[in-house]
Design a protein around this ligand. Structure first.
Ligand code: PAP
Length: 342
């Protein structure tokens, strides 16, 4: 409407560009609304963490600009491998396994100087949200990484750039039984928010208003992408399956990223070494994982990333009513989809 009025106002060659509605200047260069315009909520039980609803998902407020930048500025490569998850679903373990697997020729997993022995797994991989919040220098470092790159994100599939799907980057997703995810999240957040109750954590997850939630849409987006075709570029893993049989799942992972373990490597114990290097007991015992904080975005202690590492711990914390509430949400939101958490 503005353009039409402008052309009526003058016939001169110079295009008239003003005035425009002042409100429109709140949109960013890509025409998106400003963060301050998006629906907001406080994460239940934690007054300091504010969420914004962006394209159907509740993101931590500070991650929204990162989500926009990832969509517009991340330049995926066909041989990129993207680890994706909701928080507390096995990210750290999968990151360690993927790094150890993909870097095994440069860094044999049995080597005494393996990077995972002196770096936290999250320091071995670029966290996309952190990169795109970190300014041009961090983006340049991401660009400068040699291929194949390994990065991770908590972004929902629907928020990944279309160019990532188009160019064929591989995505490895890990999901976890939601009651265990809730219990893990509660323990983790309590390290910096001791006032947080399990009930509040459960409520936020069941209401869909937790970090990168609704959890059912997050998992479903990746599930559908993984089952869309036999040659899907999305591998869908489950934390519980990794616990049951880590070696088989690491083999699947290696195959998927185009670096299968050869019979000779298996014979030599390389696969077993990867599993051992990334085991909870090993990672937890390392000095680097006993000290320090996870990163500038989340000031939780690193040691909180390595807690119990089992399936079914929810029975030790949830009342039957709490468990029923979550099971009802899962049945309601996912019952008809073929995605389950067995
Ligand atoms: P993040 O998304 O913040 O990185 P994430 O690693 O997904 O967290 O979740 C931590 C959970 O994975 C913890 O579960 P718990 O609270 O139920 O115990 C943690 O113990 C578990 N975990 C971390 N490393 C490993 C590992 N090497 N093997 C098995 N489980 C692990």
């Amino acid at each position: 409407m503005f353009a039409c009025c402008a052309s009526m106002a003058t016939n001169s060659a110079a295009p008239v560009v003003g005035p425009i509605p002042f409100l429109d200047t709140e949109k960013d260069a890509h025409g998106h609304r400003q963060v301050s315009e998006l629906p907001s909520k406080l994460l239940a039980g934690i007054q300091q963490i504010s969420l914004r609803r962006y394209q159907g998902f509740w993101l931590p407020e500070s991650w929204v600009p990162a989500a926009v930048s990832i969509q517009h500025r991340f330049k995926p490569r066909p041989d990129d491998v993207i680890i994706s998850s909701l928080p507390k679903c096995g990210t750290t373990w999968l990151v360690a396994l993927a790094f150890a697997t993909m870097a095994r020729h440069a860094y044999p997993p049995s080597a005494a100087d393996h990077p995972l022995l002196c770096l936290n797994p999250h320091q071995c991989i670029a966290f996309l949200e952190g990169v795109f919040l970190g300014g041009p220098a961090r983006e340049e470092r991401l660009e400068a990484l040699p291929s194949p790159r390994l990065v991770n994100t908590h972004m929902p599939h629907a928020l990944l750039p279309q160019s990532l799907v188009d160019c064929g980057s591989r995505v490895v997703y890990i999901c976890r039984e939601p009651k265990d995810m809730v219990v893990s999240m509660w323990h983790y957040l309590r390290t910096v928010h001791p006032e947080l109750s399990l009930q509040d954590t459960l409520d936020s997850v069941c209401d869909g208003a937790s970090r990168c939630g609704p959890f059912w849409d997050h998992a479903l987006g990746y599930w559908r992408a993984s089952t869309a075709s036999p040659d899907s570029r999305v591998l869908f893993l489950r934390y519980e399956e990794l616990l049951r049989d880590p070696a088989s799942n690491v083999k699947r992972l290696a195959q998927f990223v185009g670096q299968p373990f050869s019979p000779a490597e298996e014979e030599a114990g390389v696969l077993a070494d990867v599993v051992r290097l990334c085991s909870l007991d090993n990672l937890r015992s390392l000095d680097v994982n006993k000290t320090g904080i996870v990163g500038p975005l989340l000031k939780t202690p690193r040691k909180a990333l390595f807690r119990k590492g089992v399936a079914g711990d929810w029975v030790n914390h949830m009342t039957p009513e709490m468990a029923r509430r979550m099971d009802d949400v899962v049945a309601d939101k996912l019952g008809h989809t073929g995605l389950d958490f067995q």
